[in-house]
Design a protein around this ligand. Structure first.
Ligand SMILES: [Zn+2]
Length: 201
């Protein structure tokens, strides 16, 4: 199950996706409870306490403040470590390289280093479940990540989107982005629209 704990928050925050293992046949499960991005400027700890009694990991798509602002509070309350591309960043306890596989819920997600919006940007793709966490690479409705922040670069962003499009293929079932709504209706088409817009705008 994937639940955006920042969905109803009116503050400058990214989305923050709580991924819990599905219960199978009433038994326990071998999956991991993981938060993808921590969000910022809202009480993520209280929200998480209402949903889960532990967290196995926090995985960060990148370290912009709106994605990592809640990291310290979550680390302190749940005794959980974080994973992200830039192991030298204060918010990142464990480095994830391009191609590494990270278990999120019951999915095995491959990390794709996808710079352009941020130098340390990762997308996370589960080829079996057809799920992509895209961070701030693309958004619903043909939008794409801004490239005017330090480390941003439009040509690099386009290359990253191209790589993601080639990687996820037409089988993609769900696209979860760092801001705005997720796309479950033709998500691979949404990726294509964002790619076209990033190339031409
Ligand atoms: Zn960002």
């Amino acid at each position: 199950m994937i639940h955006n704990i920042a969905r109803d928050v009116q503050a400058f925050t990214s989305n923050a996706f709580l991924v819990s293992p599905e219960a199978r046949g009433g038994h326990g499960d071998d999956g991991r409870t993981v938060l993808v991005d921590a969000g910022a400027n809202f009480d993520a700890v209280s929200h998480l306490e209402g949903d889960v009694d532990h967290l196995d990991a926090v995985v960060l798509t990148h370290t912009h403040p709106d994605h990592v602002g809640n990291v310290d509070a979550i680390r302190e309350r749940f005794g959980v470590e974080t994973w992200g591309f830039d192991g030298s960043h204060d918010a990142v306890d464990n480095a994830v390289d391009d191609g590494d596989v990270v278990r999120i819920g019951t999915g095995d997600y491959r990390a794709l280093h996808t710079p352009g919006h941020a130098v340390d940007h990762l997308c996370l793709h589960d080829p079996d479940g057809g799920v992509l966490f895209a961070g701030d690479l693309v958004f619903a409705g043909g939008s794409f990540g801004r490239t005017d922040l330090p480390g941003g670069d439009r040509a690099t962003l386009v290359e990253s989107i191209e790589r993601v499009v080639d990687t996820v293929g037409p089988e993609l079932q769900a696209l979860h982005t760092g801001h705005g709504p997720s796309v479950v209706d033709e998500p691979s088409r949404a990726l294509e629209l964002s790619l076209q817009a990033a190339r031409t705008r």
